[in-house]
Design a protein around this ligand. Structure first.
Ligand code: GLA
Length: 380
């Protein structure tokens, strides 16, 4: 056999082997999600793993648009709230599945000082700034930098926020890397850098509902565990008072698995009244900067268990209080109060205005990094 022919046969064999390996590996594939009313195209990346878990990430807000995981019988269901088309995400104010920033959560009156200078950022929530202001990162179109398949499937999306956008100082480069592993984990790495001193707080805003059927949708029976002994109390417009208080003896004590609905109507608790349920920041036990568990949610009906790990100092637990049955999501489901568990690993809200909170300042030359891991399993 000629050398050229040998080389060709070897090349074909190697190619076939690679294809066979690929068929069993985690895959990342690009797809079109749709277009906004102004014609802007929104792309999607589908991440699939051998375990059957699959996630769709879209470029509008670097969002998780769909996430399928098995229940205890092996049935796959989409466990995140959201929409089937881009314009619905653009018109909606619930941040379904979004990357929220530049500053996740609230900044009182949208004001802070940095290096002796006062800044006013855009306000959009009772005179305060919420999740980046009027048009935060959730409503920006991100770029797909790269995708990768193999032992895990991943996508890197990025966005460059110009100096002064929504009032924030500094040009900021942000990247969100989503990695789906074969072991049943979806990991998000948020990174940011700046060319001027600024503030940053990036988080993921997925609304989880671990149910297997829309007929059994309330998350009130879900057992929630938060690895937090303290929280940051808020005032009536959900701005932290600056205090750090123990959860012991309050409706906010989730140190042991507790049904979400158990204390959610505790009208004697001022925090529950201000938040219309749960919508506060819990101070995570353990050391910020190290990846540790923040929360565990178990749906006793479907058997699905979600564990959330993070490097962030806090986690906001929001029980979907502002869903009023008026938002019609994917599959024609009308979302109502209590239909979702939102766990947002983050710096503390209003951190720039409280010297006793971990700093949310970012300087040129430094890289901000927040890791969020969603680990999926079932309880039989
Ligand atoms: C966060 C806030 C809530 C609410 C939702 C979006 O979780 O803390 O108060 O604004 O986002 O509706």
């Amino acid at each position: 056999m000629s050398q050229a022919r040998m080389a060709l046969i070897t090349a074909i064999a190697v190619g076939a082997l690679a294809a066979a390996a690929d068929a069993g590996a985690a895959q990342a594939r690009r797809a079109t999600f749709g277009a906004l009313a102004d014609g802007s195209r929104i792309e999607a990346v589908d991440l699939t793993s051998r375990s059957g878990i699959r996630a769709r990430i879209i470029t509008l807000g670097a969002r998780i648009q769909a996430l399928y995981t098995p229940d205890r019988t092996g049935k796959l269901d989409d466990i995140v709230l959201g929409f089937a088309s881009p314009q619905q995400y653009f018109d909606d104010g619930n941040y379904f599945g979004a990357t929220v920033g530049r500053f996740a959560n609230r900044i009182g009156r949208g004001r802070f000082t940095l290096g002796g200078r006062a800044y006013q950022i855009s306000t959009n929530d009772h005179g305060n700034s919420l999740h980046g202001g009027t048009r935060g990162f959730d409503k920006r179109i991100w770029k797909i930098d790269s995708i990768a398949s193999g032992r895990s499937a991943s996508v890197v999306m990025s966005y460059v926020s110009p100096d002064g956008e929504e009032g924030y100082p500094g040009t900021m480069h942000v990247a969100a890397t989503y990695t789906l592993s074969d072991g049943g984990e979806l990991r998000i790495d948020y990174r940011a850098s700046t060319d001027k001193p600024t503030i940053v707080n990036l988080s993921g805003h997925s609304y989880f509902n671990l149910a297997s059927s829309p007929g059994d949708f309330s998350t009130m029976p879900d057992l929630l565990q938060l690895d937090a002994s303290r929280y940051t109390p808020v005032d009536a417009v959900l701005i932290p008072t600056g205090e750090i208080a123990p959860v012991a003896g309050t409706a906010l004590d989730f140190r042991k698995p507790t049904a979400i609905g158990l204390h959610i109507r505790d009208g004697n608790d001022a925090q529950i009244r201000y938040c219309h349920g749960y919508d506060m920041n819990f101070v995570l036990d353990g050391r910020p900067g190290t990846l540790r568990r923040a929360a565990r949610v178990e749906d006793p009906r479907s058997g699905r268990v979600l564990e959330v790990y993070t490097t962030a100092p806090g986690v906001q637990f929001y029980s979907g209080n502002f869903l009023g049955g008026t938002v019609i999501g994917k599959y024609g489901i009308a979302y109502r109060q209590g239909d979702a568990v939102v766990l947002e690993p983050q710096d503390f809200p209003d951190a720039p205005n409280h010297a006793n909170f971990p700093s949310a300042k970012l300087d040129p030359g430094a890289t901000y990094h927040n890791v969020i891991v969603y680990r999926f399993s079932v309880r039989r």
